[in-house]
Design a protein. Structure first.
Length: 334
């Protein structure tokens, strides 16, 4: 692990502290001043929209290109992704692709080996050990919507966290409550839900698909993260549009993307074949029983197609010379 002396990121740290304090103010407001059902409903709606924009948008669409979608859906994800205040999609994806390329190693931005606090929130509060590699997201720069959101991320975040909720709250006479609840209390809940993928999903649960890193599958983490808790599967097959692959897996992001596909707003959902999944699972079983080492074929020429691919490791996918070209295809729909 890196021995470099940590330097506090004062802007990020101050923002985190301030928003957490405002979330406490929101709770006091609900208890002592007014607890409008409309305000609570707006908070839940904003949580759902911005949460789905991170899981279905930033993560499965932009970072992993696991499906295609139309411009109106991408614009929605980018707008409410700004409301989640987790950086622009371009920067978020650069960090996330680096995480997959260097999981549990020094170059991993939220390296789980450095402890729960670091992987959950510490990595946000301190300057990164390594500069962000924007070359990992050159394919996303081709999208004018992504470029626009990256350029105007701060004003978009302010608009979606503060201005729009307060204006909506005016319609039932509670703009302050709407600002505090849908803006700040919701945002803190959102942060910790997303942070749970980097922390809890590398600590709690099982490893049925790969033991090459600390990722885990956990129903409890899935509940917190709109389905992102089946993290061991995701690290084994990162280009699958699903995290929860079985009918009983709680993965509302998967259900949402499937619905978008059904109504013509998404297409080419990438899905690993059941036989390939089972082969990987059996390989892990054999590995644990000492009957042999799981063999992972690394000769494929691209990430999983809509029909899937051979059981290729995340490192093999991301470190191949043709990675960037592969991720630039397919192009998003207009």
């Amino acid at each position: 692990m890196s021995k470099q002396k940590l330097q506090i990121d004062w802007i990020n740290s101050a923002t985190l502290i301030l928003i957490h304090l405002l979330a406490v103010v929101a709770v006091v407001y609900l208890v002592m001043v007014e607890c409008s059902l409309w305000t609570l409903g707006l908070g839940l709606l904003w949580f759902a929209f911005s949460g789905m924009s991170i899981t279905g948008g930033y993560h499965r669409l932009f970072a992993h290109r696991s499906y295609q979608t139309r411009g109106i859906v991408r614009a929605f994800f980018l707008l409410f992704g700004a409301a989640a205040v987790q950086n622009s999609a371009l920067r978020w994806c650069a960090d996330h692709r680096r995480h997959h390329s260097h999981t549990d190693r020094d170059d991993d931005p939220y390296d789980a080996r450095r402890g729960f606090f670091w992987s959950h929130i510490g990595w946000v509060m301190f300057q990164p050990d390594h500069p962000r590699d924007m070359g990992l997201v050159h394919d996303l720069r081709a999208d004018p919507l992504v470029r626009f959101q990256n350029r105007y991320y701060v004003p978009l975040a302010i608009l979606m966290v503060a201005v729009v909720p307060a204006c909506i709250g005016l319609s039932w006479g509670d703009p302050i409550g709407a600002l505090l609840v849908a803006g700040f209390l919701r945002l803190v809940a959102q942060w910790h839900a997303t942070f749970s993928v980097n922390s809890f999903a590398h600590i709690l649960g099982s490893q049925p698909f790969t033991t090459r890193n600390s990722s885990r599958d956990s129903f409890l983490t899935a509940i917190l993260t709109l389905g992102e808790g089946y993290h061991n599967y995701h690290h084994a097959f990162q280009h699958d549009y699903r995290n929860g692959i079985y009918w009983h897996h709680y993965d509302p992001t998967k259900w949402t993307l499937w619905t978008l596909d059904m109504v013509g707003l998404a297409s080419n959902l990438r899905r690993v074949p059941n036989a390939t999944i089972e082969a990987r699972r059996q390989g892990v079983v054999r590995e644990r029983r000492g009957q042999g080492t799981m063999q992972i074929r690394e000769t494929e020429t691209g990430p999983a197609s809509s029909e899937g691919s051979s059981p290729e490791s995340e490192d093999a996918v991301l470190q191949r010379p043709d990675y960037k070209k592969a991720n630039a295809e397919p192009a998003p729909l207009p």
